[in-house]
Design a protein around this ligand. Structure first.
Ligand SMILES: *[C@@H]1O[C@H](CO)[C@@H](O)[C@H](O)[C@H]1NC(C)=O
Ligand SMILES: *[C@@H]1O[C@H](CO)[C@@H](O)[C@H](O)[C@H]1NC(C)=O
Length: 387
């Protein structure tokens, strides 16, 4: 009775504590084809009272996944440089990703081992802005991906790039770490960064200066390992070091001429004077070939077997010939050895054997006369008791 009460109380306590860790929920509106960045800030997950700054020593790591799945959707990436720095969810949704996606984020506090959950509801919508047919991708060598994801450096990049573009609004389309595109982790030397690819789109055309980067003479200089000559002032320097050889410009303002649609035919070739079909193949009978292939080796094998059997069984000359060819003395010698061997074998099999023949009274081979055993005086023990 008392145990039941304790269990009930425990269960109620557990339920109450579960209700206490209510999951925060946040709704976000990413746009198809535009960069989406969400910062996982330590302050959001610490539940500190208002006006209390996050202590700089707090270490938090995050794990984000699509609800009901072990990992993030394909378009979304997660990155965090170190547990003391914020995490980032970023990526560019494609038209197939339209709709509602729920991302669950779990934050692990590495000091107190507390976990906090947050649910991000992403309502991915089609962009309502003007199309951005002019797109350019830059490889920025002076930054890591986490350094351009916050809005301040991203805005700075766009503002600086505005000087190289016809006036108009620039939008970030995609950001990728160079490591995800085959780049290498740099040596830990001051000032070396992994590099990041930034893709920018605009409704206004490229400037002549930017277009010149893609010209053949610039490419030729790049092939020789020299930077291309810029005809204008590099407004991105000194904040951003751009690899000018690796700039990609895409102009989608001119629609590609639609290729002629192939017309499906009936699948039969028209008459072609050069087409020479192979002549009709005549039927062939392979029975004789098969029989010859199988029977000839079989016959040869049979003949050899018979020959061997005849030699082994029918041409034995036998014991009689052997006995006749051997001299008598050899036969006697051989016979005694055999008898003695047999006798020894019997003795080995059991201890209760009759006395060995060799200890029996000797008999004269020539006369056949048996003699009583002669006592060899050398064999008589000196002390008779031991006999
Ligand atoms: C963004 O860049 C990554 C890496 O280059 C690429 O895999 C992805 O398809 C891009 N996203 C879009 C929508 O183009
Ligand atoms: C940058 O461009 C140069 C010259 O076109 C090329 O050799 C190099 O592989 C490119 N680097 C990257 C990281 O794409």
């Amino acid at each position: 009775m008392a145990a039941g009460l304790i269990w009930t109380l425990l269960l109620m306590g557990l339920l109450a504590s579960l209700a206490g860790t209510q999951t925060q929920q946040l709704t976000l509106h990413p746009t198809v084809g535009r960069l989406f960045v969400h910062t996982l800030d330590h302050a959001t997950f610490l539940r500190l009272p208002e006006q209390v700054a996050v202590p700089p020593s707090v270490r938090i790591t995050y794990h984000a996944h699509l609800q009901g799945h072990p990992d993030l959707p394909r378009w979304l990436r997660y990155s965090q440089r170190s547990p003391r720095q914020p995490g980032f969810l970023y990526g560019t949704a494609s038209p197939e990703d339209r709709g509602r996606q729920v991302i669950e984020v779990v934050a692990y506090n590495r000091e107190s081992f507390e976990t906090t959950q947050q649910r991000l509801v992403l309502l991915i919508e089609i962009s309502e802005g003007p199309p951005l047919p002019y797109q350019a991708e830059f490889l920025v060598q002076s930054h890591d991906v986490e350094e351009v994801l916050p809005s301040a450096p991203a805005t700075l990049f766009l503002t600086a790039l505005g000087g190289l573009w016809e006036p108009g609004e620039l939008q970030l389309l995609n950001i990728t770490s160079a490591l995800d595109r085959g780049g290498r982790v740099p040596l830990p030397i001051e000032g070396r960064k992994e590099g990041v690819y930034i893709k920018v789109g605009s409704a206004s055309p490229f400037s002549t200066c930017l277009k010149m980067v893609a010209f053949p003479d610039s490419r030729a200089r790049c092939a020789q390992g020299q930077p291309p000559l810029l005809s204008c002032y590099d407004t991105l320097a000194p904040h951003f070091r751009v690899a000018w050889c690796n700039v990609t410009l895409v102009d989608k303002s001119v629609p590609e001429p639609a290729g002629e649609m192939p017309t499906p035919g009936d699948g039969i070739l028209e008459h072609d004077p050069f087409f020479c079909p192979p002549t009709e193949a005549t039927g062939r009978d392979f029975l004789t070939d098969a029989l010859v292939t199988l029977l000839v080796p079989l016959l040869v094998a049979l003949l050899l077997t018979l020959l061997l059997a005849y030699i082994m069984c029918c041409r034995r000359e036998g014991r009689l010939k052997r006995d006749l060819a051997s001299s008598d003395i050899q036969m006697v010698h051989h016979g005694t050895i055999r008898e003695n061997t047999e006798e020894l074998r019997q003795m080995a099999a059991s201890r209760e054997v009759p006395r060995p023949l060799s200890t029996l009274p000797m008999f004269n081979v020539r006369t056949g006369e048996r003699l009583p055993p002669r006592v060899d005086s050398a064999q008589v023990p000196l002390i008779l008791d031991q006999h």
